[in-house]
Design a protein around this ligand. Sequence first.
Ligand code: CTP
Ligand code: CA
Length: 229
Amino acid sequence: LTSAGRAHDLAGRHVVVSAGGTREPLDPVRFLGNRSSGRQGYALAQAAAARGAQVTLVAANVTLADPAGVKVVHVETTAQLRDEVVAAAGSADAVVMAAAPADFRPVSVSSAKIKKAGDGSAAPIELVQNPDILAEISHDRLRSGQVVVGFAAETGDATGSVLDLGRAKLARKGCDLLVVNDVAGGAVFGAEDNEAVILAASGMAVEVPRGSKTALAHAIWDQVVARLG
Ligand code: CTP
Ligand code: CA
């Protein structure tokens, strides 16, 4: 199906999408961050707009052009991302957390540039855990009937397969849908296409074959639309 074939099945709906990777400042010139490009989140925002939604895109450090017809809020840190997502979620029919928030931030941010020690030793960087936005949104359900979607990039390990880890994460977060990428083979970050399994809290799993991030975006919105009242 093309986006035209789906008509405007998100018309009259407000959706919130987060995208990109947060950065946690250490000092005026340095940060802790990750390689998320924001492409999947931007594809989700564009696909939702094409299906008639009012879209708020909360973008963390994304260098892509703002999509047309989408309200874009630019942020840097996980704390800022959380505040903007929570503010927009109050009126949202769906929230999709495609962003990669930094899990930790430095306990304090130095106002002066951190200097080398001179004796060759490295000063320790003390970290504190960031708030879990997806778990908070899933728990609070700021609007009744709101559909909440998370993402997980997993490799599988001794404790379980990619899907086992995805199922456990879905339950832990309390979201309705979790889009699971198997990243064991190599790069998803910055890649042009994507392959995923969409897990639902109901137990259902939809395999989305390798294809464009736009195709995955539409497959995700199909599952969201099916769950909207
Ligand atoms: N997420 C979030 N807030 C955080 C961390 C993650 O909202 N502080 C969201 C991501 O946007 C994603 C989902 O939670 O939709 C899963 O992210 P992931 O990093 O896989 O989850 P974590 O709980 O951080 O687990 P892990 O220890 O595996 O990184
Ligand atoms: Ca994480």
